[in-house]
Design a protein. Structure first.
Length: 157
């Protein structure tokens, strides 16, 4: 694959820089993996069929599942609707910072209603089908305004 060099900063890049295919070996096999995942095959079946290691199939799956999360439209157009939802605060994968007793398989918050155990997530959708989301630091009008400022459209006030 051809590489290019920026004249200003002298860094090199290719057509795949910044995409999930960047620095991916065996690019030709990934499309087959995408079809296998769509068909509901397990990672072991995929690894066996494509002749790749199980950890490679796992890493590829997570690389491409994470890609849509980073792609959001710059602005919503026309009529847009926004709502918040709450998720339990999770410390999964953290070695420190767990200030509570561990939960098994999900669980519930110890307090009813809004609490420090829940994380607010704001989701907005316009009539064209574009969606945007962000994790809020707190449930406050200021946090809503700051989040929606980046999503402002000509019709939103």
């Amino acid at each position: 694959m051809q590489r290019y060099r920026c004249r200003e900063c002298c860094k090199t890049f290719s057509a795949l820089t910044g995409t999930p295919l960047n620095r991916l070996h065996k690019r030709g096999k990934w499309l087959d993996q995408a079809h296998a995942l769509q068909d509901g095959q397990t990672l072991r079946e995929i690894a066996r069929a494509l002749g790749i290691h199980l950890s490679t199939a796992h890493r590829w799956r997570h690389r491409f599942l994470a890609a849509p999360k980073t792609v959001q439209p710059q602005a919503l157009t026309g009529i847009a609707e926004a709502d918040e939802t709450m998720f339990l605060l999770s410390f999964k994968g953290k070695r420190s910072g767990l200030h509570r007793k561990a939960r098994k398989r999900g669980g519930k918050a110890t307090q009813r209603g809004l609490s420090h155990e829940q994380v607010p997530v704001l989701v907005a959708l316009d009539r064209a089908g574009a969606t945007m989301d962000c994790v809020l630091k707190a449930m406050s009008l200021f946090q809503y305004e700051m989040s929606l400022k980046g999503w402002r459209t000509s019709n939103m006030k």
